[in-house]
Design a protein around this ligand. Sequence first.
Ligand code: GLA
Length: 391
Amino acid sequence: MQDLYKLWKIFNEKFIDTGLAKGAFSAPGRVNLIGEHTDYNEGFVLPMAIEKEIIMLGQLKKDREVRVFDLVYNVEIDFSLDKLISLRKNIWANYLMGVMDEMQKAGYLLQGANLIFTSSIPQRAGLSSSAALEVVTALTMAKLNSLKIEPVKMARLCQQAENNFVGVACGIMDQYVSCLGKKNYALFIDCRSNDYDLIPFKDRNYQIVICNSKIQRGLVDSEYNKRKEECKVATEFFKQKLNREMRALRDITIDEYKKYQVQLPEVTARRVRHVISENYRVQAGLEALREENFSAFGQLMIESHQSLKDDYEVSCPELDLLVDLALKQEEVLGARMTGAGFGGCTVNLIERNYIDAFKKNIKNEYKKITGIIPDIYVTSPAEGAKVLELR
Ligand code: GLA
């Protein structure tokens, strides 16, 4: 915990001790193993927290002012808990303000605080650095103010902050796994009941490896909202046809889809097919992992990518290339894009003793074709948000 000593040193140089509660906290990013664009359809997802995180240090103040120092960009911002208005510049501060706003709206009483934070999660890479910032803010403010907030509730507050304050209509997956991730486990989430199950994901022979395409697309938010809307329209269609109550595409069976698909616009039919088949793949993937059948799981990852590429149309040439290059190698059991899409990362399941060769091959081949050197991260499932103790 050498880093934590250093961070406390910076904190103590920046702020005068208020004599009130202080502490250090962390929240991880995530990679989704399978179950993409299913969370806002009240379906199933299977992400895991990764070994990259945001660390926040804080101390309460007697007043209602918050002073926060972002060590990544070396920027300091001041705001009042009585006047939380989203910013156009330094938009990262909106994640903190949004969370504090939602906490106050939920009736939690907050005092001001001095905060610093630093991050090892690559930004705009689809590994949920924003969810991690929301979650670490919520945990810091909850602990410093001696508030007891259940992790699922905390995840909901953070999701609402992103929906209402930041203005991104995301589902609950990212915040959920950042709160509840567990070392050596993937997290199966039922995004309707908000229940979860921990799935052991520790096998000496296989490893999760993430490839960052380094492509960042401005399209993400608008296309994301468009997909959400398409799903809503399709749900309405099936509600009329089947004449029963339903809230989301989760409620439609594959047989019902087959019966009515011809009546849907072609594009909408493909969107629905992705959501239904992806929910099926998550459940099949769950079984595969429980049986330690990693090759079956890898196959489902491959099918998931196909579906995201062709039916849901949220991939991009660089992500497809990374997947193709990965699958050319025998020791790779599965590869797919992960997260919202249009850039960001792929997730790969590979034989552990092949990691070095994999890295080398992917770097060379991807660079040859795109001119970009991809970043590659090897990670095991990590612990969710937690208090950091100095030892
Ligand atoms: C983003 C959103 C999530 C989820 C994924 C796609 O990461 O924040 O809620 O919808 O995209 O699976």
